[in-house]
Design a protein around this ligand. Sequence first.
Ligand code: AQP
Length: 338
Amino acid sequence: MTTADRKPRVFSGIQPTSDSFHLGNYLGALRQWVAMQDTADALYCVVDQHAITVDHDPKVLHQRSRASAAQLLALGLDPERCTLFIQSQVPEHAMLAWILGTETGFGEASRMTQFKDKSAKQERTTVGLFTYPVLMAADILVYQTDQVPVGEDQRQHLELSRDLAGRFNGTYGDTFIVPEPYIVKETATIKDLAEPEKKMSKSSTSPRGCLYLLDEPNLMRKKIKSAVTDSGGEVRYDMDAKPGVSNLLNIYAALGETTVGKLEAEYAGKGYGDFKGDLADVVADALGPIAAKTREYLADKAELDRILTAGAEKARHLAARTIAKAYKRIGFYPPVAL
Ligand code: AQP
């Protein structure tokens, strides 16, 4: 079957490295995941194998993988319309990562900025953290993915995936689809609320900088109201001169389903106080219900795990086809059936 005969294949993953996803994850990626269920053949994955590239506690990792899946369902992923699974349940990702690692230049991998950032924060840096982008390429290529909805911070890794697909195809013959990034410009990088020159991240240095989807609505309101804004009281979009207000405008436009231009007109002549107060309500209304829905999914662990196992079986079926092709191309014997 060619790409023209089928819906575009979409794949993306998220790490279970915190108890709750944050607003950056949601607007940068997860909202697109939900929307693309209807337009694409979508596979979404909780990438627990990526999560062990930094220090972790096995028990906590296991709980967070399940809690991550529950949040994804609470956000609107529907197992009838997409394939949702846990990465480690599909060993083909790691099988392909080994092959792709042998195609990756050491210098090429050394240029990955996420490795530089994350290794600087760790006491102990591992080969696994270094080869993270190769595993990510395998995640994507093993499903013959057309589009990958991610935030801007993943663009460089996506480029590597494209390069590896093209290189393998050129050397061994057509094997992989070369994937395209799907990055929504307006929400490509949601900034930290306390330090708007940095991206919002769970490793924020300020407790008010990162807005978690499972925060209590009142805490969400407080975080928005105490967000760093800029000098001058004008609600105007200017990412260079007014990064704090511009970030809030992007968040408001995305969650309030309006545009930055309309918001600028609406708040002309009004101060930051009114603007932040209204945004606080928009955020709390949009995200507040997620916590209760997540708890509902977590209340029936057996059903949740059944959904994930069914997703992994579906995913594995597709991944095994690519592995068979790649193994043949590279000169391996086929994997034996159990
Ligand atoms: N601030 C952001 N703006 C837009 N998109 C973002 N993403 C992450 N932060 C932002 C996107 O979320 C998806 C999942 O990424 P991840 O698995 O790397 O998530 P994370 O580990 O939770 O990201 P953090 O918080 O940024 O981690 P640390 O603190 O470890 O660096 C991806 O599509 C990503 O682009």
